[in-house]
Structure formats: C-alpha cells, structure tokens
Design a protein around this ligand. Structure first.
Ligand SMILES: Nc1ncnc2c1ncn2[C@@H]1O[C@H](COP(=O)(O)OP(=O)(O)O)[C@@H](O)[C@H]1O
Ligand SMILES: N[C@@H](CC(=O)OP(=O)(O)O)C(=O)O
Length: 425
C-alpha cells in the first residue's frame, strides 16, 4: 500500500467558494496518493455558532434566529456557487437536512449544562463544511469518501475538551479509512464521538490535533497543515510586521511555542506526531509549491532567531489565604485542585510567603465559578484585560524593543525564554 498522507485545511482555507476551489486545486495535485483530508468549519462559523448557542441559553430567540439565518444563508450561497447554481444538487438537500437537525435542538429550552450543548451545536460548523468540500471534490471529478469523525475518533464525555481513547479509535479508524476501497478520504476536524454516539469537541482550534491523532493512528507518512501564512514565522505577522519564516522547527520547540499560545499550532498537535516521528509541514495554501516550515525530529539543536508569542485576554489573579497561613505545599495543592476542577488554563504562576499569583485565560464562565469558590478561603484580587508576551531565544535588545517603558505585572526568565504579563497594548 502507498503511504498515507494527512492534509488539514483550516477555516481560512475553506472560508468561501473561491477558497474551496483553491483547496481542490491543491488536492488535485496529490489525487493519486493515499490522502486523509481533515477540514475545519468555514472561517468565523465556529464563533457564529457560539453566538447562536449563547442567545439560545439566554432565551433570546430573536437574536438566535437572526444569527442562525445568517449562517444558513452563507453556507447555502457558497454551496450553490460551487455546484453552479444547481439547487437540486444533493449537496443542497443534505445541507438543508443538517440545518433542520440543528434547528430541532432549539425547539426546546436547554436541558443540560453549557459544555454539553456547546458540543451539540458548535460541531455543526465542521458537518456543514465537510459536506460542501466533499461534494464539490466529487463534482469536479476528485472521487472521495466522507468519513464521519464521530464514528472513528472515540472520546470520553469531557464536553468541549474530549479526551481521545486511542486504542478504540485506532481500530475504528482502520475500519473507516479503508484504503483498499478508495484513496481519498475526507473528515471533520475538531469533533469526535462518545461510546453512545454523542458528539464532543476537542477544544477550540482542535482540527490540527485531529490531523495529528489520525496520522498517529493510521501510521501516516506525514501531515501537512495548509495555512494563510508561509509557514511558522518568528511571530504572528498580523501583530509583528518583521516576522520571518522558520524553515525547520524541532518538535520540542514547536510544543513550547504552541504551549505559550502561538495560534499557528494547537498545543495538543505535537505529541501524537512526535511519538511516531511523523514530520509536520506547515505550508501556504496560496503558494503550495513554496517550502513552508517542517516540524520534525532533530538530533542537534536548530538555531532560531527570537520568537515572539502574544497571548491576549489574560487575567492575573492573586490569592492570599484569609488566615495568613503560608502558601506552601498543602495550600498550593488545594489551589491547583481548584483550578483543575474548573478547567482553568494556567499560563504562568508565581508564589511568595502569603500570595499566590496565576495568569490564566479569561474564560468568563469557568473563571466566574472558580473565583466564587476561591473566595471562601482566600482574599482574591485580579486584573483583567492583560496580555502575556513570551519571547523565546530572547536578547536584551529584543526585550528592550518590546517591553520599553510598559508596566509589567509579572515576569519570568529562564535561559531560553522570557515572559511578561502586561496591560493590553
Ligand atoms: N508564529 C506564527 N507564524 C505564523 N502565523 C501565526 C503565528 N502565530 C500566529 N499566527 C497566525 O495564525 C494564523 C493561521 O492560523 P489559524 O487562524 O488558526 O488558521 P486556520 O484557522 O486557517 O487553520 C495566521 O493567519 C497568523 O495570523
Ligand atoms: N472550527 C474550530 C476548529 C478549528 O481547528 O478551526 P481552525 O482550523 O480554523 O483553527 C475552531 O474554530 O475552533
């Protein structure tokens, strides 16, 4: 059997009918190979579905219906464009059916918690986009088989952050991606299914992770993530204009960058490919022939320029025990248990005799509950609207350039990395 290659197309590469035509041109070049194509929701759809969900949970049905109509119109328009206006095409009927399924959920008030409903609603973004891409590829003669990711990636019931059961998923994947019967398979990123078939999601921007885990389970030769940038750059080019492309990045460096918040790669992406030494290419869908970045195993350290990662919407929380006891091991374990229980993402910590300071993502729902619980035992102070700047391979000059006279609330430096929590710029 020919080796399997995994391609992942994110929201930007399926943002419109035009973008999907471009995707098809890329796939056409590889159409003789064994491919698994992972597709995310069309750009902004996940955010739009989050809005719909919020309106539904707040019982604001007018706002909900307006947003839902917008999403439906957009998908139907782009789909019709791709099938050359043929409103009788099966794609249109299938999209209508999916929208009916989504709308049926809103016929009654929410019965379960936010995270459960989140997954049942927001997962539709990927269900819509994969129908569209799969039908369009077939329409232009690129035969492909659409696999429902919920049938091959088995997760537990940690809604919004499903944990994949690798051994069951491996068996399911080997059955669903049957390369003796076809050579191009397409599936949804970001979503999975529980044992009883309930939909889960894998965390925002989780389609990169889907591509990586499928590559691991299917022993793929490589993974290519197609992006709207030339590769992994030394910073987000939308924020820092002088960013340069990194040609080779080690798994270790990539996992550090993703952990610090580099949006280009989801943090969970590296482990599954590193474990099997599968190389990951990050390439531009605008310049498919250009070299891009390769993330791979490296025996010798790869020399890199300073790399900047900016994580926005941070909150800095300081906890002080009300009884003036030391913040030592027993107290620290209590604090971490509480953060873990509320699934708060910890980005940086610092402690002194009677203070514990932690920089976290501003997930309002989770944070609200956690802060309430913290107040039982701790005096709580916090600053919001902050940003966390990480500089890997820093130099004093770079720190001077980017920090200057800004007020820094918390900073940490190791030999390779400097991190600063500051007011949003
Ligand atoms: N170090 C970096 N190198 C390249 N792009 C980066 C980096 N950090 C952040 N980005 C941003 O990541 C974006 C691409 O990722 P993303 O928006 O998740 O794409 P998609 O949703 O299409 O997969 C780029 O447009 C760029 O603004
Ligand atoms: N659609 C999901 C999953 C994803 O990975 O999207 P993207 O590949 O566009 O980052 C999200 O927006 O979170």
């Amino acid at each position: 059997m020919k080796p399997i290659r995994v391609f992942k197309f994110g929201g930007a590469s399926v943002k419109s009918a035009g973008a999907i035509r471009n995707l098809a041109n890329i796939v056409k070049r590889f159409s003789a190979e064994n491919l698994v194509i992972v597709v995310s929701a069309m750009a902004k759809t996940t955010n739009a579905l989050e809005e719909v969900l919020m309106h539904w949970m707040n019982a604001d049905l007018t706002a909900m219906n307006t947003k839902l109509k917008e999403i439906k119109q957009f998908h139907l328009n782009e789909a019709l464009d791709l099938v050359e206006g043929d409103s009788n095409h099966l794609l249109i009927a299938e999209l209508q059916t999916l929208f009916n399924q989504l709308e049926t959920q809103f016929g009654q008030a929410p019965t379960k918690g936010y995270d459960f409903h989140y997954d049942q609603v927001v997962s539709f973004g990927e269900l819509f986009s994969t129908r569209i891409v799969s039908h369009y590829l077939n329409f232009i003669g690129i035969a492909n088989t659409l696999v429902d990711a919920r049938r091959c990636l088995r997760s537990d019931t940690s809604y919004r952050e499903g944990v994949i059961d690798e051994s069951t998923s491996r068996l399911l994947c080997q059955r669903e991606f049957d390369f003796s019967s076809a050579n191009i398979f397409l599936t949804q990123g970001f979503i999975a299914g529980t044992e009883v078939g309930t939909t889960t999601t894998l965390g925002r921007e989780g389609s990169d992770y889907t591509a990586a885990i499928l590559a691991n389970l299917l022993d793929a030769q490589d993974v290519t993530i197609w992006k709207d940038v030339a590769g992994v750059l030394s910073a987000d080019p939308k924020i820092f204009s002088n960013a340069v492309k990194l040609n080779i990045v080690s798994y270790q460096e990539a996992i550090e960058l993703a952990y610090c918040g580099a949006q280009i790669i989801h943090p969970k992406t590296i482990k599954p490919i590193q474990n099997k030494k599968i190389p990951l290419y990050v390439k531009s869908f605008m310049e498919p022939d250009a070299q891009g970045t390769i993330i791979a195993h490296s025996d010798t350290p790869v020399k890199l320029p300073p790399v900047l990662v900016l994580k926005r919407n941070q909150v800095l929380i300081t906890l002080s025990p009300r009884d003036f006891s030391f913040v030592i091991e027993d107290c620290l374990s209590k604090i971490f248990a509480l953060l873990y229980k509320h699934r708060i993402k910890v980005n940086m910590v610092h402690n002194s005799a009677i203070n514990f300071t932690v920089c976290v993502d501003n997930d309002k729902l989770r944070l609200g509950d956690a802060l309430e619980e913290m107040k039982h035992e701790f005096a709580v102070r916090y600053n919001s609207n902050l940003e966390l700047l990480t500089i890997r391979h820093y130099t004093p000059e770079i720190i001077g350039d980017f920090i200057g006279n800004r007020v820094v609330y918390l900073q940490q430096r190791t030999r390779s990395t400097a991190r600063f929590v500051m007011d949003a710029s």
